[in-house]
Write a protein that binds this ligand. Structure first.
Ligand code: GDP
Ligand code: GDP
Length: 479
């Protein structure tokens, strides 16, 4: 469920070496509230992205700490090229330096690279806590960045001037390419993003999916630098796997790989219909998995949860290695079940495991779960089948007449909504597909209470399915 907010906010990236005060500035701009989604447990984790508000305008801030490697005096071009994925979506960049230290070679190097992006660039000379220190900031003009602002992120000084200047160049909030209008012709091709933490098996799965079927084209769209999609035909259907070059690329350090996996996921979600969210079965759902899953949910894309490396789950126990598995099927621990088919796992193990994954990712209750071994190729066909099913559900349209017959059967008294927030519901219509978006016509122009939304979503799913896809519900007062 989601109260749709289908706008693209102007985006601001904060870049700089360690300890210059990036996080302090980030927190200052977003008001220390990194959490975005209020009532969805599990998504409100440490975010790379947060929303801020300045002078009545909303903006999105990206903390690039760890993506732009900060310690290296020379940033290898290859690393910067990767990190640029994060900068690509920025409308403006703030480079932060420590005004109390001498200008150093890495700062010059970073400034040079940032200037080359051609994006509006602002230099925040931080830790200029007193007026007496301001003249020292002048030194940093040597970086070649014209927009220089002495600030004290800690004390909030100069931050207003900096943000005012940035907002002048930021584009206005853009309506995003939201759900597809019903009238639009649907293409047959299904666009798939493979997302997940480093090492969950994304490249391995990709090789399987493109290898098991007929790869017909490798196609390099002119617009997106570096992006290589692979088009595959299986069972008479066409699938486009998005930015396969990006999926195969690896981060140089663990931290960088992890942050890039989030940035990549967000980027890939943008052009996808369906996300294969990969989880490493030997590790269970980690905070980073939940974080990436949260972005998938918010994006409105359909999701299939792919639990990979299922081949390892029991083998590990048989190994005698007692490495704790956070979500392992408890009852199978240390035991082998010969004759239970497959590689010694019972259907019960799978159910238990699935339950635990679902507990950790409650907001993805609509997503089907498949267990695979990308390495051995086991159950790869199930991935294709899940994609196909979910793609069809995503495009499903319920006629208004049917919708309203359904609405008659719903007992809204059962939704636990405070009396003051109750609304009278007149009728409902499906306004869009991909994702299915419903408009509810009510007597008052108030935001639907989330219990209403949740209740209604459950009823809609019970009646119509919509497996794999989030459902967006909006309401309008009937005048
Ligand atoms: P990051 O590594 O770039 O994210 O830097 P942090 O935001 O973690 O800040 C590093 C250190 O600098 C922390 O101890 C902050 O308290 C301190 N700091 C940040 N901004 C200021 C400032 O404006 N003035 C002073 N004096 N210290 C600051
Ligand atoms: P990525 O970083 O998400 O692209 O992950 P990779 O595809 O590079 O896989 C990371 C490691 O996990 C590699 O050593 C793979 O061989 C291994 N791996 C991937 N899938 C499986 C699987 O299903 N079973 C086992 N045992 N290993 C796997």
């Amino acid at each position: 469920m989601k109260s749709a907010d289908p706008s693209r906010l102007p985006t601001l990236a904060i870049v700089g070496r360690p300890n210059v005060g990036k996080s302090t500035l980030f927190n200052r701009i977003v008001g220390r509230r990194r959490a975005i989604v209020g009532d969805e447990p599990g998504i409100t984790r440490d975010r790379l992205y947060a929303e801020g508000n300045w002078g009545g305008r909303r903006l999105r801030v990206v903390d690039t700490g760890g993506i732009i490697p900060d310690e290296a005096a020379q940033i290898p071009t290859e690393i910067f090229r990767q990190a640029r994925v994060a900068l690509d979506e920025a409308d403006a960049i703030i480079m932060v330096v420590d005004g109390r230290t001498e200008l150093a070679a890495p700062d010059l190097e970073l400034a040079r690279l940032l200037l080359r992006t051609g994006k509006p660039l602002f230099l925040a000379v931080n830790k200029v806590d007193t007026l007496a220190m301001e003249p020292y900031a002048e030194e940093f003009h040597r970086l070649g960045i014209r927009n220089l602002f002495p600030v004290s992120a800690e004390h909030g000084k100069g931050v207003a001037e900096l943000l005012d200047a940035i907002l002048e160049v930021l584009p206005a909030e853009q309506p995003e390419a939201g759900p597809t209008e019903i009238t639009e012709e649907q293409t047959e091709e299904v666009r798939v993003a493979i997302i997940g933490r480093p090492n969950v098996g994304k490249s391995t799965l990709l090789n399987r999916l493109t290898g098991s079927a007929r790869a017909i084209v490798t196609d390099i769209p002119g617009t997106t630098r570096d992006a290589v999609d692979e088009l595959v035909e299986a069972g008479g259907k066409r699938y486009r796997f998005i930015d396969t070059a990006g999926i195969r690329r690896k981060g140089k350090t663990k931290l960088m790989a992890e942050k890039l996996s989030v940035v990549m996921a967000r980027k890939h979600l943008e052009s996808a219909d369906i996300a294969l969210l990969m989880i490493d079965a030997t590790e269970g759902v980690t905070a980073l998995d939940a974080n990436i899953a949260g972005y998938a949910h918010e994006s409105g894309r359909s999701v299939v949860i792919v639990i990979n490396k299922w081949d390892l789950v029991i083998t590990r126990h048989l190994d005698g290695s007692h490495r704790p598995l956070p979500y392992r099927a408890e009852r199978s621990a240390g035991r082998h079940h010969p004759g239970s088919g497959g590689n010694g796992k019972r259907p019960a193990d799978r159910r238990l495991y699935e339950q635990q994954v679902r507990n950790a990712l409650k907001f993805l209750a609509y997503a089907p779960v498949v267990f695979i071994s990308a390495k051995s190729g086991k159950n790869i066909d199930k991935v294709f089948r899940a994609i196909e099913r979910v793609a069809a559900e995503r495009r499903k349209r319920i006629p208004t007449a049917e919708m309203n017959r359904f609405l008659q059967t719903v007992d809204f008294e059962r939704a636990s909504v405070p009396a003051s927030r109750r609304v009278k519901i007149y009728y409902m219509t499906q306004a869009a597909v991909s994702p299915p978006t419903f408009i509810l016509f009510t007597d008052r122009p108030v935001k639907l209470h989330f219990s209403y939304e949740r209740f209604l979503e459950n009823q809609i799913r019970r009646a119509f399915g919509f497996e794999g896809t989030p459902i967006w519900i909006k309401n309008r007062a009937r005048s």
